[in-house]
Design a protein around this ligand. Structure first.
Ligand code: ATP
Ligand code: MG
Ligand code: FE
Length: 363
C-alpha cells in the first residue's frame, strides 16, 4: 500500500510517502513568517500553506522515488486545527484523489500524533532487511539488541501514550491502532503552551519551548521551586504555573532589573523541571492504575530533552518499556498522517469526496 499523506493543521506544510508502515519520505516546510508576531497568525498560515503545498508534495515524491501513478490512496489531516490551514491540505488531497481516481483517507491529527510511535523509518527497514537477526524478530520480541532491531522496536497493544503538543495534553489508552480512549487531559493550557507562555514572560522569541530546553541544560532545576497543582484523577492543569511564574518574575525584576538575564538557565531549568514533574506524576499514576507496561510519548513537547531523559528513567525504575518517536515524527509531520491512513486503509475506513475539514472534532 503506497500512500501520499498531507498535514496542514497549523503552521507546518508537510507531505510524506509511505509503503505499508515504512516512511519513504517526510518533507516538512515551516513558516518563519509568524516569529515576528509571537504566535501563529491563521490568515498568514493558510497563505503560506498555499505557497508551500505543491513544492512540498513534489519534493516528497521525488525523495521517495515514487510517481503519482503508483499511489494507492491519499491521506490528509481532517481535524483538529486552524480551519484555513486544514482547508488548504484537505482541498489539495481531495483534488488529487479525484484526479487519480483513488481512495481518500481522512485522519484525526491527535490520533496521528499517537500512532507516530508505530512508524518504521526507512533506515530501520533497510537495515532490518539486510540483517538476519533483525529481520526474523518481530515488534513484540525485538530479539537480542542489534542496533537495527532496537530502532525498529515498537510498543505492543495495549499501550499508553502521553501526547504533549502545542494545543493538547492527553493520556491516551490505545487498544488497537484505531481504538483509543483519552483517560486524562488538561483542564486549561497545554504543556507546549506552558513552555511557550513561560518563554514569552522571559522575553524569549516564539516558539519558546526549544529555547527553554536549551537554557535548562545549563541550569539548576531545584533553584526556584514553582508550585505543583493538586488536580484530581489523571487530568492536568498548567494555568496556575503560568501565574506563579508571572508573579515570581514581577517580584524579582522589581528588586533587580537584571534578574532574568543573570539567572536565565536556573529559571528555565526550574520551569521545565516543574512541567516535567506535572506530566510524569500523572503518567506514572495512569500506568499504575491501568497496569499497562508499554508507555509512549508523542507531540512536539516530546522533543524536550529533559522530558525524554526523565521519561526513560521512570520506565527503568518501574520496569516499564518506554518509546519515543524519532525527532522528525514528534512535531507536526505528514509521516504520522501516513501511518494512520495506512491502518484506516486496512480497516476499509475511506472518506467520501464530500468530507470537509473541521477545526474541532471527536475522534
Ligand atoms: P496540536 O498538535 O495540539 O494541534 P501543534 O501541532 O502546534 O499542536 P506540535 O507541533 O506537536 O504542536 O508541537 C509544538 C509545541 O512543541 C510548541 O509548543 C513548542 O514550543 C513545543 N516544543 C518543541 N520542541 C520543544 C522542546 N525541545 N522543549 C519544549 N517544548 C518544545
Ligand atoms: Mg507548529
Ligand atoms: Fe500537532
Amino acid at each position: 500500500v503506497t500512500l501520499l499523506a498531507i498535514e496542514s493543521s497549523c503552521d507546518e506544510t508537510s507531505c510524506a510517502i509511505s509503503r505499508d508502515e515504512v516512511i519513504l519520505s517526510n518533507i516538512i516546510a515551516g513558516q518563519a513568517v509568524h516569529e515576528q508576531y509571537g504566535g501563529v497568525v491563521p490568515e498568514l498560515a493558510s497563505r503560506a500553506h498555499m505557497q508551500n503545498i505543491v513544492p512540498v508534495v513534489d519534493a516528497a515524491l521525488k525523495k521517495a522515488g515514487v510517481s503519482i501513478s503508483e499511489l494507492t490512496a491519499i491521506a490528509f489531516t481532517q481535524s483538529p486545527g486552524l480551519i484555513g490551514s486544514l482547508l488548504v491540505g484537505s482541498q489539495f488531497a481531495k483534488s488529487l484523489a479525484q484526479a487519480l481516481d483513488i481512495p481518500l483517507l481522512s485522519v484525526h491529527h491527535m490520533q496521528a500524533h499517537v500512532l507516530a510511535n508505530l512508524i518504521v523509518p526507512a533506515s530501520a527497514a533497510r537495515s532490518a532487511a539486510s540483517s538476519p537477526v533483525a529481520s526474523t524478530s518481530t515488534a513484540a520480541s525485538p530479539g537480542p539488541a542489534s542496533p537495527a532491531s532496537r530502532e525498529a522496536a515498537r510498543p505492543s497493544f495495549p499501550f499508553l501514550c502521553l501526547t504533549v503538543s502545542g494545543g493538547h495534553t492527553q493520556i491516551v489508552l490505545c487498544h488497537s491502532p484505531l481504538k483509543m480512549e483519552v483517560i486524562g487531559e488538561t483542564l486549561d493550557d497545554a504543556a507546549g503552551e506552558a513552555f511557550d507562555k513561560s518563554a514569552k514572560l522571559l522575553g524569549l522569541p516564539y516558539p519558546g519551548g526549544p529555547l527553554i530546553d536549551k537554557y535548562a541544560r545549563e541550569g539548576d532545576a531545584g533553584r526556584f521551586p514553582f508550585p505543583e497543582p493538586q488536580i484530581p484523577g489523571l487530568n492536568f492543569s498548567f494555568s496556575g504555573l503560568k501565574t506563579a511564574i508571572l508573579y515570581f518574575l514581577q517580584e524579582n525584576v522589581a528588586k533587580d532589573a537584571g534578574f532574568v538575564a543573570a539567572n536565565l538557565p536556573d529559571i528555565c531549568a526550574s520551569i521545565q523541571g516543574r512541567i516535567i514533574s506535572i506530566l510524569l506524576n500523572k503518567y506514572r499514576k495512569a500506568a499504575r492504575e491501568t497496569g499497562v507496561t508499554d508507555l509512549c510519548i508523542a507531540g512536539g513537547v516530546s522533543a524536550n530533552s529533559g522530558l525524554r531523559k526523565a521519561f526513560g528513567e521512570m520506565g527503568r525504575n518501574n520496569g516499564w518499556n518506554t518509546f519515543i518517536p524519532p525527532f522528525e515524527y514528534c512535531t507536526d509531520n505528514a509521516a504520522m498522517i501516513a501511518i494512520t491512513g495506512y491502518y484506516k486503509y486496512l480497516a476499509g475506513e475511506f472518506a467520501p469526496l464530500s468530507v470537509s475539514a473541521s477545526a474541532r472534532a471527536e475522534w
